[in-house]
Design a protein. Structure first.
Length: 478
């Protein structure tokens, strides 16, 4: 949602003259670039456990972050007040990083964008407001969702439903006189169901998260989430650990994209490459996976959890191809890394809140569909594993090695899914796995779950992938 400029000036009690004076304070010691990030975020949540509200509440986070760049050095300070004296003190604290004048850098002056935000281009309009309505108005949705889940399986002994929402007003300004503003809504619903069959207990969780208003709380969402949380539970009770070893792995479409995010996406972030710590630091322009594979990070998907009208440096949201036809063509850049490489920022400068300086972060990371059929990829495997639910991944950016815990999957024997499996690890190497992709199906799904990426600070993201066959990974089983 994009309000008129006056709305943001009133929210933060500033005007153009105050913004200019504040930037001047930030550059007083000789810094080469200064930017301001104002944030006003209202949060709300409601938790339903076994039909009763067990917790709920709301709060507001408000403040300003000031960043000053001086050569390779960054000064950052924040204030929870936008009174002039407090903001001025904040700017002077950030300015202390500059102990002498530095030649003007291209951090903000490369093709500055001084146009005003366009409401008609908003990627996440809020049709029904989260704020200004009683929290109790959302309770019927949670109760209907719980009831629909319980009626689908008699083995359910407990259901937990959680609604969380936030609306962030953002105002950004910098020493290149770029002024941007934005209002970012976000709604998330998460469900956990616990099942008991005899003396065995299993649980299944699912979530949905979108940048939109309370209109997301629909009958369709209830049906979708209720069906998803009971799907495959019979297989969960039957699942066993298979024998481990090196074998082909078929990654199911959708949530398997978390492996793409963790094992490859982080290694494409430009700060890791600028510092030489990424395994892909010397591979720009090189073939890193088979032809026909395209991997991108996208901030333009309407209503997507990872989408942005502008990133947290005021750069317009955009679609960035990291891999085109198997060739590494771009890293994910903020202003600092873009200046280092002499390229344009890609709109990946993100921060958890005004308390943090922006760094290169992903948005919605996915692989485009290929031409194969998922059934054909599975049918080509004599002995292997099909996986589609992951958790607890670990990645070493420098070496590219990764380990992921698989919550659910199937054994593949003679081209057929035969035995459900669980409690296994998938172990491999990012560059090696990319190079060993032997087939990509035509069934891309960008997963709608409430994914959150942690890299020094947390930000909402999305991930996705079509069904993909990797020739050989290590499966940790019995």
């Amino acid at each position: 949602m994009i309000h008129p400029k006056a709305y943001y000036f009133n929210t933060f009690q500033v005007d153009q003259a105050i913004l200019d004076r504040l930037v001047e304070e930030g550059l007083r010691s000789g810094g080469s670039y200064c930017d301001l990030f104002f944030e006003n975020t209202a949060y709300g949540n409601l938790l339903l456990r076994d039909g009763a509200v067990s917790s709920g509440g709301s709060h507001v986070d408000y403040g300003i972050g000031v960043r000053v760049l001086s050569g390779e050095k960054t000064g950052y300070a924040y204030s929870e007040s936008t009174a002039w004296a407090d903001m001025c003190e904040c700017a002077r604290a950030a300015a202390q990083i500059a102990d002498k004048p530095v030649e003007v850098s291209p951090f903000g002056s490369r093709n500055p964008s001084r146009g005003e935000p366009n409401p008609s281009a908003d990627r996440y309009p809020e049709k029904e407001p989260w704020l200004g309505v009683p929290m109790s108005s959302f309770l019927p949705f949670l109760q209907k969702l719980e009831a629909d889940i319980k009626r689908r399986d008699s083995r359910i002994v407990k259901v937990i439903v959680n609604l969380a929402f936030q609306v962030s007003d953002i105002l950004m300004y910098n020493s290149s006189r770029e002024l941007k503003w934005d209002t970012r809504p976000m709604g998330s619903v998460a469900v956990t169901a616990i099942f008991q069959q005899g003396d065995k207990i299993e649980n299944k969780s699912t979530s949905r998260s979108f940048r939109c208003g309370a209109e997301m709380l629909s009958e369709d969402l209830i049906a979708d989430m209720a069906a998803d949380v009971v799907k495959g539970i019979d297989a969960r009770f039957e699942a066993r650990r298979p024998k481990g070893g090196q074998m082909p792995v078929v990654m199911g479409a959708g949530a398997s994209g978390i492996l793409l995010h963790e094992a490859m996406g982080h290694a494409f972030e430009a700060d890791f490459n600028r510092k030489g710590t990424s395994i892909f630091a010397d591979k720009m322009g090189r073939q890193i996976c088979p032809k026909g594979i395209n991997i991108l990070d996208d901030g333009t998907l309407p209503g997507n959890r990872g989408s942005l009208n502008f990133d947290d440096e005021g750069i317009p949201g955009q679609k960035t191809y990291m891999v085109e036809d198997g060739v590494l063509t771009s890293y994910l850049h903020d202003r600092i890394s873009a200046a280092h490489y002499g390229v344009k920022p890609t709109g990946n400068g993100r921060r958890e809140s005004f308390r943090y300086a922006p760094i290169p972060r992903m948005r919605a990371t996915y692989m485009e569909s290929g031409t194969a059929k998922a059934d054909d990829l599975i049918g080509s495997v004599q002995k292997g594993i099909y996986v589609d639910e992951f958790s607890n991944g670990q990645v070493q950016i420098g070496e590219g090695d990764f380990t992921f815990y698989v919550k659910a999957g199937w054994l593949i024997e003679d081209g057929r899914l035969t035995m459900p499996v669980k409690d296994i690890n998938i172990i491999g190497n990012g560059p090696a796995a990319l190079a060993d992709m032997q087939g990509v199906a035509d069934d891309l799904i960008v997963d709608p779950g409430a994914w959150t990426c942690g890299k020094e600070q947390s930000v909402p993201v999305s991930c996705g992938i079509p069904t993909v066959l990797i020739g050989k990974l290590t499966v940790g089983g019995e």
